[in-house]
Write a protein that binds this ligand. Structure first.
Ligand code: GTP
Ligand code: MG
Length: 136
């Protein structure tokens, strides 16, 4: 089975969507939430996390946004959970996301797209180390 890092972004927390989104993840058969924490992210953590996007036009606004309020960081474990949470989230641009997905149901703005989920096994390992370094 796999492990993935999920972040409920500041817009999800501000809008009171944490329960709704966590509920969707929690109800999936065979998945388990093994860590869950409300926290504020500092610039250094975000620079490491979003290193692949340095220099993109949306990078600075994204850094600002991700520091605009607390996020909820989760570790989710289970069968094909990396692909599965990405599927639950929907595409990056909420307008392109189908109803039924988290971004499709609740999002409109690309930057404020509610949720981050690791996009591969390699990313999951890298990102879990950043957010939950104590994990074995
Ligand atoms: P994450 O799970 O947050 O990594 O989203 P993603 O994998 O669907 O998208 P990606 O890693 O490509 O981009 C990271 C984040 O930057 C996105 O979730 C958006 O919040 C933001 N972002 C990506 N592309 C754009 C863009 O073209 N415009 C703006 N404004 N923001 C973007
Ligand atoms: Mg990404």
């Amino acid at each position: 089975s796999q492990r993935t890092l999920v972040l409920l972004k500041p817009d999800a927390v501000r809008r009171g969507l944490v329960g709704e989104i966590v509920g969707r993840i929690e109800r999936k058969a065979g998945w388990q939430i093994t860590a869950l924490e409300l926290r504020r992210l500092d610039r250094e953590t975000l620079e490491t996390h979003y290193a692949e996007h340095v220099g993109r036009p949306f990078y600075e606004p994204l850094m600002e946004f991700m520091q605009s309020g607390p996020v909820v960081a989760l570790v989710v474990e289970g069968e094909r959970v990396i692909e599965g949470v990405r599927q639950l989230a929907g595409p990056t641009d909420p307008i392109a996301a189908a109803p039924g997905s988290i971004r499709g149901d609740f999002g409109t703005i690309v930057r404020e797209n509610l949720i981050h989920a690791s996009d591969s096994e390699e990313s999951a390992i890298r990102e879990l180390k950043i957010f939950f370094p104590g994990l074995s």
